[in-house]
Design a protein around this ligand. Structure first.
Ligand code: NAD
Length: 397
């Protein structure tokens, strides 16, 4: 099939298998070029391993530390006449590259929130690896079926506190900068968002693994969060998603206590704002990201998911110097939050409109990053050539 991008709002409904493979190979090259991570993890479980930060974590662990990896994701396989999702093709490519490098890699496609998935993964760890020494929790989902009650929770991206929020917003298709007003969430919407994106499921994963005895001594587990600048706080830090992230920090403290007998450690890592399938759905944030990319690229400090996750492993988790902030969080958003970066972004935020956006923002960078998520616009890929959309993930074949 010849595969071209089909964009509907903030998603692309097609994905290019060869382009996704190129994207994965490029990320592997970044890690390999930086050399091995001394004392890195050896047996790693990544929950949410097929795209964005989770995929980058899996790549950083495998190709920085020669780690065996188990990945869990929820993706649609491709067929001969129909595209699968980008995360499916990323996982096909990752497993092929890992196997070619002599690394163990096994994947599970299904609902990570379910008890059945946890049980399957625990069995695989037991049988294939014995134990894991690192568990990365990187799910981003709009809904969760609670495994005990069957209740379906839906997350929303809204301000809390009863007041609506109006700010500038980017139409990521056209480059038009307009205003958006988002009505506040009610208490039920807050609770549902916390149920989907908060820490309960992370705790359930660690419970399942710990009670089966498959967590190694000294295990580290990390979940990802975002804080960002004040301009985004009403929709992020102080919004429904921020409430879920507070709950993630609650879970981190609970897990820390639970892992103490293993001399283990739970972390929340605050990562940089980046174009991913999850972040492109958040109002206001894509405009902020476009301004941020321009400033950070000019300053030479721009990173993508893979550079972020490589730095997390190399310069925080496995070098004996995690540099936690006052709340005990790891910060790899430090370059994003640098005062000189934020000051420039803030000045431009105040000025930006449709007319000056091409000068102030990195729209080209935003759009090309978005397309790359789906395997489009990568160098060295012949997009006019027929490509097999029915490729399978080796361990799921
Ligand atoms: P993403 O959309 O790229 O990845 C989400 C992953 O979750 C995919 O692998 C997907 O298959 C998996 N997934 C979703 N629902 C699932 C389910 N029910 N069962 C199994 N797998 C499922 O998202 P991302 O942006 O990489 O986000 C990952 C984490 O990083 C989130 O906690 C997010 O809040 C956090 N984060 C993101 C940013 C950002 O700017 N993108 C910044 C800081 C922190």
């Amino acid at each position: 099939m010849i595969v071209a991008p089909k964009i509907r709002g903030f998603i692309c409904t097609t994905a290019h298998p060869a382009g996704c493979a190129r994207h994965v190979a490029d990320q592997i090259a970044v890690v390999k070029n930086r050399g091995p991570v001394a004392n890195g993890p050896k047996k790693v479980l990544v929950v949410g391993s097929s795209t964005g930060y989770g995929l980058a974590s899996r790549i950083a662990a495998a190709f920085g530390s020669n780690a065996a990896t188990i990945g869990v994701f929820f993706e649609k396989p491709g067929e001969a006449d129909r595209c699968g999702t980008a995360g499916w093709y990323n996982s096909v490519a990752f497993e092929k590259e890992a196997r070619a490098a002599g690394l163990y890699a096994r994947s599970f496609n299904g609902d990570a929130f379910s008890d059945a998935m946890k049980a399957e993964v625990v069995e695989a760890v037991k049988k294939d690896l014995g134990q894991v020494d690192c568990v990365i929790y990187s799910l981003a989902s709009p809904r969760r079926t609670h495994p005990k009650t069957g209740e379906v929770f839906k997350s929303v991206l809204k301000p809390t506190g009863g007041a609506s929020y109006t700010n500038k917003n980017l139409n990521t298709g056209t480059g038009v900068v307009n205003e958006v007003t988002i009505e506040p969430a009610n208490d039920d919407e807050v609770a549902q968002t916390v149920a989907v994106m908060g820490g309960e499921d992370w705790e359930m994963w660690i419970d399942a693994l710990q009670s089966a005895g498959v967590l190694a001594n000294g295990v580290q587990t990390v979940a990802y969060s975002y804080i960002g600048p004040e301009v985004t706080w009403p929709i992020y830090k102080n919004g429904t998603i921020g409430r879920a992230k507070e709950d993630l920090e609650r879970a981190q403290r609970a897990l820390d206590a639970r892992l103490a007998p293993l001399k283990g450690k739970a972390w929340v890592s605050v990562n940089k704002a980046l174009v991913t399938q999850a972040s492109s759905a958040i109002p206001v944030v894509p405009l902020y990201i476009s301004l941020l990319y321009k400033v950070m690229k000019a300053g030479g400090t721009h990173e993508d998911c893979i550079e972020q996750m490589d730095r997390l492993f190399r310069e925080r988790l496995y070098n004996g110097d995690p540099q936690p902030d006052e709340a005990g969080r790891i910060r790899v958003d430090d370059w994003e939050m640098a005062p000189e970066v934020q000051q420039l972004v803030d000045e431009r935020w105040k000025q930006v409109n449709t007319e000056n956006f091409p000068q102030l923002g990195d729209f080209e960078g935003y759009q090309s990053s978005f397309l790359r998520l789906f395997g489009f616009g990568l160098e060295g890929v012949d997009y006019n050539a027929d490509v097999d959309t029915g490729v399978g993930v080796p361990s799921l074949a």
